[in-house]
Design a protein around this ligand. Structure first.
Ligand SMILES: [Fe+2]
Length: 179
């Protein structure tokens, strides 16, 4: 399964910390298992249920958000270093994992993608953070998962958290998503 995940999400390879890289793969693996998904499903799961006509899948969205976040972070380092510090491994891991909770929030029924039972109680920032916690993902990365969506507006985001949040919303709003 590890090789397939790396093929689907090649940005994982850019994570420098070996242990973090392994745990990011493991988190996706566990999410796929717990959500009862087949590998074939992954590029069919919509990235959101809020845009019924949208054809962007969860893998494509995850890659786009990660790549957007990485480029933003690199630019900000260029302009604001050493005044601010940005951990690119946290950006990469956070981007790749920010929506991993959707593997638990959604389910497929009669060919349709809908909310799962647990998804009705726990949106993906909660299920994703919880899943990452059980794998031993570091807290600074779990923070970006937990705080990437509107739920995170009520707390203080780290710099990496701010970048992931905005990258996600850029990739949501340009496709018609409303906040
Ligand atoms: Fe997202």
């Amino acid at each position: 399964m590890k090789d397939e995940i790396l093929k689907l999400l090649p940005e994982i390879k850019k994570i420098k910390d070996k242990d973090l890289k392994e745990k990011v793969i493991l988190t996706w693996e566990e999410g796929i298992k717990l959500g009862g998904w087949k590998l074939d499903d992954l590029e069919r799961i919509p990235f959101t249920l809020l845009l019924p006509d949208n054809r962007i899948n969860l893998i494509h969205h995850t890659r786009a958000v990660t790549s957007t976040a990485l480029k933003i972070a690199e630019e900000l380092i260029e302009f604001y270093s050493p005044q601010i510090k940005i951990d690119l491994d946290v950006i990469l891991a956070g981007g790749i994992l920010h929506d991993v909770g959707k593997l638990l929030e959604y389910k497929k029924e009669k060919g349709k993608f809908i909310k799962s039972e647990r998804g009705k109680y726990l949106r993906h920032p909660f299920s994703g953070a919880n899943l990452a916690y059980t794998i031993g993902i570091p807290a600074e990365v779990i923070h970006t998962i937990a705080a990437h969506s509107k739920e995170g507006d009520y707390g203080k985001r780290t710099i990496e958290g701010i970048i992931i949040n905005h990258s996600d919303f850029i990739n949501f709003e340009i496709l018609g998503g409303k906040t």
